[in-house]
Write a protein that binds this ligand. Sequence first.
Ligand SMILES: *Cc1c(COP(=O)(O)O)cnc(C)c1O
Length: 362
Amino acid sequence: MNLKAQHESLEPRLTQTLKEVLDSCQFIQGNYADKFAGNFIKAHGGKFGVGCSNGTSAITASLRALGIGPGDEVLVPNHTFIGSVEPIVEVGATPVLVEIEKEFHQIDLEDLERKVSGKTKALIVVHLYGLAEPMDQLMRFARAHSLKVIEDCAQAHLAKWNGQAVGTFGDVGTFSFYPGKNLGALGDAGFILTQNEELYNFVRRYINHGRQDKYYHDFMGTNMRIDGLQAAVLDLKLESLPKWTKKRVENARAYDEFLKPKGFRVFKSRPESESVYHLYVVEVSNRKEVSEKLKERGIETLVHYPVTMNRQPALKDYLRENDSFEISERRAERILSLPFFPEMTMNQIERVATEFLKVAKA
Ligand SMILES: *Cc1c(COP(=O)(O)O)cnc(C)c1O
């Protein structure tokens, strides 16, 4: 990614915004946070929402709002960033890892049916890489088992399923504005989006010390608030998000055109998905060689994510006998993220693709 290019494109307004917040002294929540919340909700066609400290705390606050805790099981995909899973443990519930399917990089519906039990209370859907998960099927599954649904949209701002923004299907949609996300702050920030007023009223107070009023506390909350500075910057960047998203989609198509005809497996989602491509991920059989050779030529690659949740020491207490994660484990060993950001030019994409094709094996 290239955040410098993004910030340069926003000048002089970015610096003006920082100065404005400095002058206003609205450093925590306040008018900038309210204004951004209104615009972010509107951009997703949602009803209620509140900014918070980061994408992980957004999930924790949501699980608390849904009353999930000790003794409850929560279904979560095995191939994700650990931030999707930590909140489950944080609230004292048990994560149940679910395999991804073969064709699309999405949660496996059959494995969901196998893993759901009388103790299961919720499903965390992760729209990984900005590819929308099949929300019709997942909501049907959740309804059939009376499960709450949290959509982890940390990589999927403005992505749509069947024309509807992700984050508006489940009980709650959570977002991260980590600097490298499709919409990024100048530090940590996150968002909780919901269609449920009661849930909104809980999380709004929960993330702000359980406050009713300044020193009147209805219940034990915590501090997971958004900074005014981050909200003001996010509000400015939000104006450009549709344009940046369009560029991401175009850039992904351009990569596809180079790599697909050569037999490489590129990441796509079902036709109902309007994906926003947080990353451009491709599978190779000689990853180490590819990343080293590209590096020698000044092209940086990364892996999102090299170790599946079932192989993380942090999750060793939650493994179950007989669970098999062959598909996600194999994928995690083969995936490679190529340079990818909205400001990338077609020449740059062609150069990366050309160098990639010289060394990569499908
Ligand atoms: C980034 C990310 C998170 C965590 O967000 P933070 O703001 O870093 O806490 C959670 N889930 C996924 C899928 C992410 O990509």
